[in-house]
Design a protein around this ligand. Structure first.
Ligand code: PRP
Ligand code: URA
Length: 206
């Protein structure tokens, strides 16, 4: 499955705001929110819908209604920032949460929380802004797949080539939607050029 890097000029503008070290948490959250809306739209462009007919004030015409089969699964903590923008677009989405945290030394992600809705037959959108080593996303998608979704889509704000390679190796059926494909990881497994620690910048915890 493919890697989809957004080509919208607003995406590049907002990503630049996120990268800028002088951007305060309030502006970071605002840019992150709009960017998540764009990525959510792009990642759901092929959602199934059913043909319906609709009565306009003048006549009956053909219309389309989305099938109610979407689930969103943010990876805590930073992925939470991507949930509200998705919920605004798709208010009836089922929501699950997976809590994963990377060890500061090894960058290995360990699970501290998992609560998922019924996923069988659904399209599950996994939300995590940073795809670095890919360990967190790979682990989360493994848990999501246990619920038997129809398909899984990964949405990240910034992806490292190492993370893309890992995810495509472990979950080749999962397309990745991102705002930017960066150069590489540094020795501490942070993305270069990246934007630093997304969660810390969102919540002012650095
Ligand atoms: C960050 C980020 C991802 C993960 C990506 O989370 O939000 O979940 O790192 O790294 P990986 O691809 O190498 O697994 P972090 O563990 O810092 O937790 P946080 O969201 O609570 O800040
Ligand atoms: N998590 C982040 O928040 N930033 C990185 O660069 C890598 C993982």
């Amino acid at each position: 499955m493919g890697l989809h890097v957004s080509t919208h000029p607003l995406t590049a503008h907002l990503l630049t705001v996120l990268r800028d070290v002088t951007t305060p948490p309030s502006a970071f959250r605002s840019a992150a929110r709009t960017l998540s809306t764009i990525l959510s739209l792009e990642a759901t462009a092929d959602l199934e819908s059913e043909a319906v007919s609709v009565q306009t004030p003048l006549e009956v015409t053909k219309g389309s209604r989305l099938e109610n089969g979407l689930a969103a699964v943010p990876i805590l903590r930073a992925g939470l920032s991507m949930l509200e923008p998705l919920l605004e677009l798709f208010p009836d989405v089922a929501v699950g949460y997976i809590g994963l945290e990377r060890d500061h030394e090894t960058a290995e992600a360990s699970r501290y929380y998992c609560k998922l809705p019924k996923l069988d037959g659904k399209v599950a959108v996994c939300l995590d802004p940073m795809l670095a080593t890919g360990g967190s996303a790979a682990k989360a998608i493994e848990l999501i797949k246990e619920g038997g979704p129809k398909r899984v889509v990964m949405v990240s704000v910034v992806a490292a080539p190492e993370g893309v390679e890992k995810l495509q190796a472990v979950h080749p059926d999962v397309p990745i939607y991102t705002a930017g494909l960066d150069r590489q990881l540094n020795p501490n497994k942070y993305i270069l050029p990246g934007l630093g620690d997304y969660g810390d910048r969102l919540y002012g915890t650095q």
